[in-house]
Write a protein that binds this ligand. Structure first.
Ligand code: SAM
Length: 427
């Protein structure tokens, strides 16, 4: 049952379209996924996979699929080949026009759908800061960044205002995919219906204004800010943007877009792209002192690279205890930040050897390693459960792949390929 005051607001807003809007709640559930361009492309995927996919009109890498396909259960999902994402949500990240080499902040990032889409446009170059205030949701975000094989992301967990001091005028682009009253989730999520109230809409609008203030302070002059919600309320959308523009004459509105569930095949979204005029100074306090971080090569890591890898890594080495990470060159100072992931996790430095991490496997392609071991989807299903395989070859680390997509590590000893898929992720 949809809340009566919500229906009255929609009737008033939509006028002659109201009946069509109401009828959209009777339609069948829509399923969609977005290919991860860091790992595949449309052509390659169509060649490898025979699912019936229909393109999402506003996203080159988005597709509708039939409910019975269950892509969430296929090993491709664990390989990060796609992200299951609501179709209208795919319209937002392209508006940032993210480019390799830029410094980009996704301020309300969990679980990471839009972050991973931004990352695919950045092609592993530049700095993507993914922030999520709630610690448990930040952990899910961090796992998704790993699964999608993203190399250049820093994952942190802060209230937006806590970041202002460090990052004043720092970012080229910022996405605020704001917490909202979630009216676009009503078809999928019963709790969004139960939580709805006019008071909650007003509370969300207030919170959105506050988050936007922080974003405005962290954006460079000449930078772009994209604001989005999955709700239909003017108070949380056009009115939030209008009052922001009144408070901030240095911003101009470039584009406002609404996707309505009765007009497109999707649950609905609002987005506004804003441009900040030149003139703001970059006064970020987060400059990293080169000497503060170890940049020397670690012997165990260098030996691992020489023995197993065929690719070079660009970035800054960061060590947390015995864990080695490779962060983007543009990494800010981490002091005072609650960091979940300071870049690509390479692995663990043991006394006499290097143990590669699961994140490294997911970020590598078979052509970037010296040894790989291919599995069919059926075999991959067993690998994900922890099964070992018999194999022949030189002993040592092998990148395990499914149809050419990396899935994890195996270590050959004798004729047994030991399974190094993380125990906590096993199916
Ligand atoms: N961008 C995400 C994606 O595409 O997967 C979805 C983000 S969701 C719409 C909004 C997020 O904002 C939630 O993860 C929520 O925990 C977070 N949030 C809640 N309160 C917040 C606050 N006061 N400041 C910043 N973020 C907040």
């Amino acid at each position: 049952m949809l809340p009566e005051p919500f229906l009255n607001r929609m009737k008033e807003m939509l006028d002659g379209e109201y009946e069509d809007f109401l009828a959209s709640y009777e339609k069948e559930e829509i399923h969609s996924l977005r290919l991860n361009l860091l790992k595949t492309d449309q052509q390659e995927f169509a060649h490898k996979c025979n699912w019936k996919l229909d393109p999402v009109p506003w996203s080159g890498e988005g597709f509708y699929y039939e409910g019975e396909e269950r892509p969430g259960r296929h090993p491709y999902h664990e390989a990060g080949v796609y992200y299951i994402q609501e179709a209208s949500a795919m319209a937002v990240a392209p508006r940032l026009e993210a480019k390799p080499g830029e410094k980009i902040l996704d301020l309300c990032a969990a679980p990471g759908g839009k972050s991973s889409q931004i990352a695919s446009f950045m092609k592993g170059r530049g700095l993507l800061v993914c922030n999520e205030v709630h610690p448990a949701r930040a952990r899910v975000l961090s796992e998704n960044i790993e699964r999608m094989g993203i190399r250049n992301a820093l994952v942190i967990s802060h209230e937006p205002w806590e970041l202002e001091r460090s990052f004043k005028g720092y970012f080229d682009k910022i996405l605020v995919d704001a917490p909202c009253s979630g009216e676009g989730m009503f078809r999928k999520n019963e709790s969004a219906v139960l939580e709805w109230s006019a008071e909650n809409v007003a509370m969300c609008a207030k919170r959105q204004a506050k988050i936007l203030e922080s974003a405005a302070r962290m954006l460079k002059g000449g930078g772009r800010l994209v604001y989005s919600t999955c709700t239909f309320e003017r108070e949380e959308n056009e009115e939030t943007i209008d009052s922001f523009l009144k408070r901030h004459p240095e911003f101009e509105q470039e584009k406002v877009l609404r996707l309505w569930p009765h007009k497109v095949k999707g649950e609905g979204h609002f987005l506004a792209a804003l441009y900040k005029n030149e003139g703001e100074e970059d006064r970020a306090l987060c400059r990293r002192e080169e000497k503060g971080l170890p940049t020397r090569e670690y012997r165990q890591w260098s030996e691992f690279c020489a023995q197993y890898l065929k690719c070079d890594f660009d970035g800054v080495y960061v060590k947390f205890g015995d864990q080695l990470y490779l962060a983007p060159q543009a990494l800010p100072a981490l002091k005072g930040l609650k960091v979940l992931r300071p870049g690509l996790h390479l692995g663990t430095i043991r006394k006499d050897r290097f143990e590669p991490s699961h994140a490294l496997a997911l970020a590598l392609k078979p052509q970037e390693v010296k040894k790989h071991f291919h599995l069919t989807p059926e075999e991959a299903g067993r690998y994900l459960k922890g099964q070992t395989f018999s194999a022949e070859g030189e002993k040592g680390w092998y990148l395990i792949t499914v149809d050419g997509y990396s899935l994890g590590w195996g270590k050959l000893s004798g004729t047994i390929m030991k399974n190094h898929y993380p125990k906590g992720l096993r199916k």
